[in-house]
Design a binder for this molecule. Structure first.
Ligand code: SIN
Length: 530
């Protein structure tokens, strides 16, 4: 029994957990691998924040423009105005941002009209994660359960007509499903990049939070807006590695092989050599939806088909960029590449779910309008990438995600603290179902199903869509669902099947959302909508 259970241990989960625990609520963080296995830990570029009032309007405008007008203007304004207080909170928690003689060393990324991104070299997320883990480990009232995987939310009958979220079933490392009653469940389980073949996300990003909440009747929205990062290192046989947009903010330029040939003819002098200038006057620093789509288009034009474009850094000060981007430099060295050297092969990879569990300004989950209206949601929250707050509209502005996570975690903590008091009362909840349990799951080839799912999503529900392909994906996913459901109903749960079930659930939601959106906007691009 805990007052509050937090699912996930990235910036959103750890920030909210420490605040709830500090207020005297017994708080439990459940995370399926190690605490630091989160997308936060892999975030490179930084955290966008208007640190002076004079930048508020511009940050609001940039966010709304990147979101193609679909952002909720009140949410955008709220997040931008609360940014600097939350940066102060992070610093108080021990986060060290880079500074120079003028104060914070602010950088710029695509879609920003000014330098407003705080960073810790190119490992900003890792620095935030480090500090928050230290803080969490030292917090009284806070228990951290690693290698424990949330399976499903528990709905309890409050009266003959009303059900309420009252706890969570959690898979232990020993393979037992425990029942954990709680007054509030905060889902901070991150995104679902793993539903695609190429992703910049860690292996834990399997959409667990979205799937779990949706199964319990929560509303989800905007799931058709999947953000592909344009510059993931594309080395055959290697998992894509993020090459931060901050590098383009520092002057790196995207080019095709043809651009490079012309550029070499003029001695490698800086100039208008990037294909990106044919797509947007901001060139390599246009917003991510535009850069990723343009890159994809250029790759498809080449014959034979080239699996990458190139990020050119040789015109930049080698020593300076290698010092500024040490994480990227270290990774490149493993492949015989370096910053300031030969062009780097890059290609788009799934990076961020703009959509998610629909929440209000405090992270409180909304109920699905078509689901039973007998379920009440006073105790279900979602924050971080798993949530859809309305900030990002149809496309997220670079480095606005860590900001959104910390602003909503803080608001969520305040709301929970205001509405929940420490309790000793035991709630009695149903045990995990014990039906079936005869099939030996080891003998069932789930790995193959996961690959089929990733191929379906990549080929048919990727950067550029077509009606017929979306329909085909829907049919294939339905077939997978039936297969995996059959296994699920008769097996002892393992992390593998829990994840696969969630990935199928989220993929189906993403595909339906893409089918239902009939106009091309932001990250949603269907050739049959033109
Ligand atoms: C990057 O460093 O390019 C990623 C930042 C982000 O996703 O906002």
């Amino acid at each position: 029994m805990a007052d509050v259970v937090v699912v996930g241990s990235g910036i959103a989960g750890l920030f909210v957990a420490t605040r709830c625990a500090r207020a005297g609520l017994s708080t439990l963080v459940v995370t399926k691998k190690n605490l630091s296995d989160s997308s936060t830990n892999w975030a490179q570029g930084g955290i966008a924040a208007a640190m002076s009032k004079t930048d508020y309007e511009a940050h609001i405008k940039d966010t709304i423009e990147a979101g193609c007008g679909l952002s909720d203007p009140e949410i955008v304004e709220m997040v931008v105005r609360e940014a600097s207080d939350r940066i102060d909170d992070l610093i108080a928690s021990g986060v060290q941002f880079d500074s120079n003689k003028d104060g914070f060393d602010l950088t710029i990324e695509g879609g920003h009209s000014s330098r407003r991104i705080l960073h810790s070299k190119d490992a900003t997320g890792a620095e935030i994660e480090r500090a928050l883990i230290v803080e969490a480990r030292a917090s009284p009232n806070l228990e951290l359960l690693e290698s424990h995987m949330a399976v499903d939310l528990i709905l309890k009958e409050k009266s003959s007509e009303i059900k309420q979220i009252s706890g969570i079933w959690v898979l232990t490392p020993e393979g037992v499903v425990e029942t954990i009653p709680a007054q509030a469940i905060i889902i901070a389980a991150g995104g679902a990049g793993q539903i695609y073949r190429q992703t910049t996300n860690p292996s834990v990003a399997t959409g667990d939070g979205i799937a779990m909440a949706h199964r319990a009747g929560a509303k989800v929205r905007d799931l058709e807006f999947v953000q592909f990062h344009p510059t993931a290192l594309a080395i055959s046989g290697e998992r894509p590695f993020l090459i931060s947009e901050a590098l383009r903010g520092h002057g790196a330029i995207l080019m095709t092989s043809e651009n490079i040939a012309k550029w070499r003819l003029v001695g490698g002098e800086p100039g208008p050599h990037s294909f990106m200038l044919n797509h947007d006057s901001r060139g390599s620093l246009a917003t991510r939806d535009i850069v990723a789509r343009a890159t994809d288009q250029e790759m498809k034009k080449t014959n034979p088909y080239e699996k990458c474009v190139w990020l050119v850094t040789s015109h930049l000060d080698k020593k300076e960029i290698q010092e500024r981007f040490p994480t990227i430099q270290a990774r490149l060295q493993n492949h015989g590449l370096e910053l300031g050297g030969a062009p780097l092969p890059v290609a788009p990879a799934a990076h961020y779910m703009v959509g998610g569990i629909s929440v209000d300004e405090n992270g409180l989950a909304r109920q699905c309008p078509t689901c039973s209206n007998e379920i009440q949601y006073p105790g279900l929250y979602a924050i971080g990438e798993v949530a859809c707050t309305g900030l990002h509209g149809a496309n997220r502005l670079a480095s606005n995600s860590l900001l959104e996570a910390v602003v909503f975690s803080n608001r969520c903590a305040e709301h929970v603290i205001e509405n929940i008091s420490p309790s000793e009362n035991e709630i009695s909840l149903p045990e995990w179902r014990a039906d079936g349990l005869s099939t030996l799951i080891e003998h069932i080839p789930l790995r193959r199903d996961r690959i089929v799912l990733q191929s379906t999503m990549t080929d048919d529900v990727g950067l550029v869509k077509r009606d017929a392909r979306l329909q085909r994906a829907q049919r294939r996913l339905e077939f997978l669902r039936q297969e995996v459901d059959r296994i699920w109903r008769g097996c002892l749960p393992t992390q593998e099947i829990v994840e696969l079930r969630n990935m199928i659930h989220v993929s189906r939601l993403v595909t339906s959302a893409a089918i239902n959106r009939k106009e091309n906007v932001g990250l949603h691009y269907n050739l049959d909508c033109d």
